[in-house]
Design a protein around this ligand. Structure first.
Ligand SMILES: Nc1nc2c(ncn2[C@@H]2O[C@H](COP(=O)(O)OP(=O)(O)OP(=O)(O)O)[C@@H](O)[C@H]2O)c(=O)[nH]1
Ligand SMILES: [Mg+2]
Length: 454
């Protein structure tokens, strides 16, 4: 049997939002800044592998708890037990209209296993809130106070803790349905485990499942960023002439933007958010003219071209150029590779560069600055989505919170320059695992270093 959790609290304390984050479903119910958004009781099952573990019951907020609590001291209710009062007050026709919302909550109390009482920490523990706790206590069900808006200002955390302790409510859980931390959610489930030992194992499997999901989502988002960066770093736009035209520049920029946009869409899908959850300003793209130094020994080495001296390299390439300009066919893929002792694949990309040089056509590629910006924006987005509650209402905008140091820029510049040489990775299929290569390992290390840890 699933545990039924009754989510209660004053109007606007985040009850519906809590269910959205627990369900990872931003479509549940209606969330709004106005009080009294939820007008009816609504239940939703939380299942793992087809088994329902929790039944979450959303309720309208308390509106006049002080008025309701006063009836407890009026005849004939003052002669009754708490339980009797709860049972009979909801049948009192004279009160039904006034306490319409409250009665919807009281009606649910007998069937639920545990009550989660939402507290907006920005509000002091006023009498009306404490009366809500008094009313709920009459049902003799465990109450778990949820200290919501725990990142809000001002915070009445200490006074609330004091009031809760006076009511023997020590097992409270801090939460923020907008800035979400898995550790808080785990604490909530652990509290439920201690209150409902029969459900210990089921809740444990829920905790493990949630943890595993979070880990997998992070990994997938990081891989998506790595593959976007590889694709952008190795992308080359071939211009029609030796000097890139404004049209070339535009086409190049739009290609890079499309890649970033695609990454954002993929991340939103991984974290189950909507395009409206993110509002990013355009990335500043600097498409510099790609000048591949064809005589750089390191570049040649990365293509598998082994030469002993720079002179020998020059001679080899010189021979290649002579042969090419003499009209030797370029049709066979191996022509140049074989000539220079390079492998087939590497010879291919070397050949393309050489041919473009010979044809005197400029090539545009993203400079390291653009790629570093993409890396930082990408990891910032991942960090945000990882901690974004499904009740968040404000679209995310980049804040550029982490600024790379001089050393970071130097290290990343080197890495992206090396990556840019690997034009054969331009056509990688993003659904395949990334190639095993030290450059890609360095890139994924940089990404996970900048990405969230919890
Ligand atoms: N910053 C912040 N905002 C929150 C949090 N929880 C809820 N909100 C916001 O508070 C407002 C009310 O949230 P709801 O989930 O509709 O609250 P409710 O308790 O269901 O409200 P009623 O149905 O009207 O009783 C919304 O604008 C939420 O986005 C939180 O933990 N932090
Ligand atoms: Mg609501």
């Amino acid at each position: 049997m699933a545990i039924s959790l009754l989510i209660v609290g004053h109007a606007n304390t985040g009850k519906t939002s809590l269910i959205r984050t627990l369900m990872r479903d931003r479509r549940f119910g209606e969330v709004d800044n106005r009080s009294g958004t939820t007008r009816h009781v609504e239940e939703i099952p939380l299942s793992v592998k087809g088994e329902t573990l929790l039944r979450l019951i959303d309720t309208p907020g308390f509106e006049d708890s002080m008025g309701l609590w006063q009836t407890r001291r009026m005849a004939p209710y003052d002669q009754q037990t708490n339980q009797q009062w709860l049972e009979q007050i909801i049948t009192d026709g004279a009160l039904t209209e006034h306490f319409d919302q409250e009665f919807k909550i009281l009606n649910q109390l007998p069937q639920c296993d545990i009550t989660l009482y939402l507290i907006d920490l920005r509000q002091a523990p006023l009498e009306k809130y404490l009366n809500e706790l008094d009313i709920l206590a009459c049902a003799n069900k465990p109450i778990v106070p949820i200290l919501n808006f725990c990142n809000g200002e001002p915070s009445h955390l200490d006074t609330w803790k004091q009031c809760l302790a006076e009511r023997q409510l020590h097992a409270h859980v801090r939460y923020d349905t907008v800035a979400f931390y898995f550790a808080d959610e785990r604490k909530l489930y652990q509290t439920l485990q201690s209150l409902s030992p029969d459900h210990y194992d089921a809740l444990q499997s829920l905790i493990s499942q949630r943890q595993q999901d979070a880990q997998q989502r992070l990994q997938r988002a990081q891989n998506q960023l790595a593959s976007t960066l590889i694709s952008c770093a190795t992308y080359q736009h071939l211009c029609a002439s030796a000097k890139p035209s404004p049209q070339d520049q535009l086409e190049f920029e739009s290609k890079i933007r499309i890649q970033e946009e695609h990454f954002i869409q993929q991340c939103l899908a991984i974290y189950d958010f909507q395009p409206s959850d993110v509002a990013l300003q355009n990335l500043d793209i600097d498409g510099h003219q790609w000048e591949q130094d064809l005589f750089d020994a390191q570049t040649l080495k990365s293509w598998g071209i082994q030469t002993t001296t720079v002179a020998a390299t020059g001679a080899a390439i010189g021979a290649g150029i002579d042969i090419l300009s003499a009209g030797l066919t370029l049709g066979t893929a191996t022509t140049l590779g074989a000539l220079l002792g390079a492998g087939w694949q590497t010879g291919q990309s070397f050949k393309a560069s050489l041919v473009n040089k010979l044809r005197n056509r400029a090539v545009l590629a993203a400079n390291s600055g653009t790629l570093i910006a993409l890396l930082y924006r990408g990891t910032e987005l991942i960090n945000h989505l990882h901690h974004r509650g499904h009740a968040a209402q404000v679209a995310f905008q980049t804040k550029n919170e982490v600024i790379p140091s001089k050393e970071d820029i130097g290290r990343l510049d080197k890495l992206f320059k090396k990556l840019a040489q690997r034009t054969e990775w331009q056509a990688l299929d993003e659904t395949d695992p990334l190639p095993r290569h030290e450059l890609i390992e360095s890139l994924t290390k940089e990404i996970s270093h900048l990405s969230t840890k919890n």
